[in-house]
Design a protein around this ligand. Sequence first.
Ligand code: FDM
Length: 210
Amino acid sequence: KEKSEKNRGAFILLEGCDRSGKTTQAQLLLQSLKDKGQNVEFARFPERSSEIGKVIDQYLKSTTNEKNLKSMHLLFTANRWELMEDIVKKIKKGTTYVIDRYAYSGIVYSMANGLDKEWCIRMESNLPKPDIVLFLDLSVEDAAKRGEYGKERYEKKAFQQKVRDNYHQLIEDNWKVIDATQTKEEIAKQLLDLSLKTIEESKNKPIQTI
Ligand code: FDM
């Protein structure tokens, strides 16, 4: 077991509010890491294609009041477990993963729905922990300037404000707060530098858990 964890890949996570540029940056990062010769793959949560993912997709697209917020939270968590087993196997064999949203999205969005912070955190416990969290931070005013929010459940200004405040409560040592008002190129460079450093530093360390 020890041997297979030598020279493992890194688990690089991007988090941020809607319209923070996360998805664009994840794609840029993936390409630049490939250009540097890194063995890298991409995943995102929620992964809407699985059976659980389809339920999540319907939930996000509907705007009717949801009473079973805790069970919804657990579906998002289950969606992580169903993919992470394979992802961790690949990381241990040397593949780096760039992941768009994860447990922290789960926590901050459910908290914004009124669920208890400690409960939300507990439900994510034992999932693999990212080696670095690249948090693209931007005020809700600046995010709204980027054009209309989409039509999904959570894409509203007041809700996004709560989400941003909640993210700020979760920042830990392995988080980097990136000023998302910078140019696309400036952000991309920072993310690439931090990722390459993380890949180097994680190589011979065990994967932690949340
Ligand atoms: N979301 C995402 C949650 O509420 N819980 C979760 O665990 C995760 C991973 O789903 F509004 C929310 C966050 C966002 C939506 O949108 C997913 P994108 O555009 O596919 O990231």
